[in-house]
Design a protein around this ligand. Structure first.
Ligand code: FAS
Ligand code: PHB
Length: 390
């Protein structure tokens, strides 16, 4: 089999890239080691930057997002028993974010890909990129015990942090940067109305809490937890009680609780691999970088990577110029590092660190006080949260 681009990974990165390439008449085959149900079963991001919304529209897959997504013009910081709204629209000249779950975005892209009859091979085992530093790249994989080979021009490694693409890069050619945080996030999904019409990021002596949502009837909540915590030790009752303790009283009193249908713990890390290109292999999204979800950047960085790679591939196939793909890594990394900084800063400001001393605590309080009393400080927060320009 031969195609123009093999995309490894059918998550948001791979599907969005595949849909955009199809719109441009560039053929791509997507391979994923998992099945659709597994991919759709992962509960992850919930906040889309306007750039991501724009790419979904450009891919022709934004219909349900606009119909069911929740446009938000602000969010709140809660600390010292009070909450302070950050007016994103006022601070950024009218920008905001769209609250729409990654699961639904992935589902939309899968459905649109199926509708155009583009090839996605699920349950592909032992996917391996080959000869990407040469002129004849190809990818091998197995299904039902039978080996297959796809020859191509380019390989897009959209296979996430644990994927095969980054690991295929020559060790001497790749540099990684990592910071692991000494806590995780315990997330819960429940079909109860959200406690607030916008998101609440809470800094509390007991630990960070985040109140988010998927719709007006489905809430998504997170609690900072120790890395050795086990989900089975967190009954719904324990979760709701702890969430109430970490919120200002008026929100705690208004909290509607109910049975959860998903609970999971995610570790937090910052990670970047440089460069993001190795010959004809390009790393995209979580395959190249990971951010703590505090800044709601993970999925959105995957989208901006896709934007840069898609533009470069269009330039290659339509204008026979490799300028775009040659610039991909530097352009993507410039935006990645700014988002890594922002996510680290939000995480450092809002969480309790085990070794947090009195000085660190005072710095956090000063940061929050500055943010909620200085328009300049709030503007910096707002423009990063809605997403820096591509
Ligand atoms: P993904 O990991 O989503 O997709 C990679 C795909 O590649 C998967 O379908 C996988 O099956 C496939 N794959 C992996 N290895 C393969 C192989 N060897 N061969 C073939 N296929 C392979 N971001 C936010 O903005 N907000 C959040 O709240 C948030 N919460 C998160 C919680 C968790 C637990 C995790 C892990 C991430 C979270 N993220 C969050 C980040 C997340 O949304 C990612 O940024 C997003 O999924 C990135 O999309 P992809 O790059 O497509 O990678
Ligand atoms: C979510 O709704 O899952 C979510 C929202 C904002 C974040 C992280 C996660 O910063």
């Amino acid at each position: 089999m031969r195609t123009q681009v093999v995309i490894i990974g059918s998550g948001p990165s791979g599907l969005l890239l595949g849909q955009l390439l199809a719109k441009a008449g560039i053929e791509a085959v997507i391979l994923d080691r998992a099945g659709k149900d597994y991919i759709l079963g992962r509960v992850r991001a919930g906040v889309l930057e306007s750039g991501t919304v724009g790419l979904m529209d450009e891919a022709g897959a934004g219909g349900r997002m606009h119909a069911e997504g929740l446009p938000h013009g602000g969010f709140s910081l809660a600390f010292d028993g009070r909450d302070h709204r950050i007016d994103l629209a006022d601070l950024t000249g009218g920008k905001g974010v769209m609250v729409y779950g990654q699961t639904e975005l992935t589902r939309d892209l899968m459905q649109h890909r199926e509708a155009i009859g583009a090839a996605t091979i699920y349950d592909a085992a032992n996917v391996r990129p080959h000869d990407f530093d040469g002129r004849s790249p190809y990818v091998t994989y197995e299904t039902a015990g039978v080996s297959h080979r796809i020859d191509c021009d380019f390989i897009a490694g959209c296979d996430g942090f644990h994927g095969v693409s980054r690991k295929a890069a020559p060790e001497k050619s790749i540099t990684t940067f990592e910071k692991v945080y000494p806590f995780g996030w315990l997330g819960l999904l429940a079909d109860v109305p959200p406690v607030n019409h916008e998101l609440i990021y809470a800094n509390h002596p007991r630990g960070f809490a985040l109140c988010s949502m998927r719709s007006q009837s489905r809430s998504r909540y997170y609690l900072q937890c120790a890395l050795d915590e086990k989900v089975e030790d967190w009954s719904d009752e324990r979760f709701w009680g702890e969430l109430r303790r970490r919120l200002p009283a008026h929100h705690a009193d208004a909290l509607v609780i109910g049975p959860s249908f998903e609970k999971s713990i995610a570790p937090l890390r910052s990670f970047v691999a440089e460069p993001m290109r190795f010959g004809n292999l390009f790393l995209v999204g979580d395959a190249a970088h990971i951010v703590p979800p505090t800044g709601a950047k993970g999925l959105n960085l995957a989208a901006s990577d896709v934007h840069y790679l898609y533009a470069g591939l269009c330039e290659y196939y339509q204008d026979r110029s490799s300028a775009g793909i040659d610039a991909y890594s530097a352009r993507a990394l410039s935006r990645v590092w700014k988002a890594v900084r922002f996510s680290w800063w939000m995480t450092t400001m809002l969480h309790r660190f085990p070794d947090t001393g009195a000085f660190d605590q005072k710095i956090q309080e000063a940061e929050l006080d500055y943010l909620t009393h200085s328009r300049a400080a709030a503007t910096v927060l707002a423009e990063n949260y809605v997403g820096l320009a591509y």
